[in-house]
Design a protein around this ligand. Structure first.
Ligand code: SF4
Length: 298
């Protein structure tokens, strides 16, 4: 991973074979598609010219792209420091397909796992059988010596199960674990309030899961949650990530970006003021600032 890397994304298309309840831009339950290589090459060249170090290839679901290998070769021929493929991993359950993708030599596979058991994960993906395939995909990647980040979208229905998801990630020999709090943007209407956890409720569970992951030797990151929600201990500064905006060639609904973040009315008295970007404005716009309590000086 490149420190302070300039990150950009390459979306291969909006088609996806999952139908995640928190995803509002993809074309759900899609079939395979073919990428226009000239367009992908032009986007990659643009990113390279802009000095991008870290390329995130996503979708939709990029493994649905029938010429993914050719896209990966194009990316590999450029001098990005780090190339990540963000996938739900389902199609990688087929060992032959997984081997073919791995030939593209990406640096890391960021695989979405949203529950520790099928009922929880498949409810969120709205795709029966998806967890079994995703886990098989991760196992195939690990058998082929690949680096895997287990990526969890934190929502109301799964935050109590984060410690179990971390255990699962460790059992699968995942290389790191990434929690991203669901974006409370206005794409989620009031009728979907059931999806968004309150941070003060989820915080203790996120903390428990992060500490469990650290005990298991898993590097952990949490996006979209400021350190005060996790108690503000020194480790929260390393764990809480504040990803900057990522420029994509096209819409990339599966990239866990967050709405812009900002510190609140009381934050200037917090000891972590300088190292915190604050909660997302979409979240505080919906639920206010009362959950974000300044941490006193030591
Ligand atoms: S600066 Fe504000 S949002 Fe950040 S940890 Fe402190 S109180 Fe929380």
């Amino acid at each position: 991973m490149v420190e302070n890397a300039k990150t950009a994304g390459l979306s291969l298309g909006a088609g996806c074979n999952n139908s995640c309840v928190f995803c509002f831009g993809s074309e759900k339950n899609s079939g395979p598609f073919t990428c226009v290589l000239e367009k992908a090459a032009a986007a990659l060249k643009q990113h390279q010219a802009a000095g991008v170090d870290r390329l995130v290839i996503g979708g939709g679901e990029p493994t649905l792209c029938e010429n993914l290998g050719a896209v990966l070769r194009l990316a590999g021929a450029m001098d990005f420091e780090h190339v990540q493929l963000r996938t739900n991993g389902r199609l990688l359950a087929d060992p032959a397909r997984c081997r073919a993708v791995v030939e593209g030599e990406v640096d890391e596979y960021a695989v979405s796992v949203h529950g520790a058991v099928a009922a929880a994960h498949d409810f969120l993906t709205q795709s029966p059988g998806s967890l079994i395939q995703t886990l098989a995909g991760i196992q195939n990647l690990k058998k082929l010596g690949q680096r895997v980040a287990v990526c969890v979208r934190v929502v109301k229905s799964n935050y109590r199960n984060l410690p179990e998801i971390v255990q699962l990630a460790a059992a699968l020999k995942g290389d790191r674990c990434e929690f991203t709090f669901v974006d409370a943007s206005d794409k989620i209407g009031d009728e979907q309030d059931w999806l968004i956890a309150k941070q003060e409720m989820a915080g203790p569970w996120i903390k428990k899961a992060v500490l469990a992951g650290r005990r298991l030797g898993l590097p952990m990151t949490v996006s979209g949650v400021p350190p005060c929600v996790l108690g503000g201990e020194s480790w929260t500064r390393q764990v809480c990530a504040f990803p900057g905006p990522v420029r994509f060639n096209a819409g990339a609904p599966c990239f866990p970006g967050q709405s812009p973040a900002a510190k609140g009315p009381k934050c200037d008295s917090c000891r972590l003021f300088d190292s915190c970007a604050g909660p997302s404005l979409a979240y505080t716009g919906r639920y206010g600032w009362s959950e974000f309590k300044p941490l006193p000086a030591h």
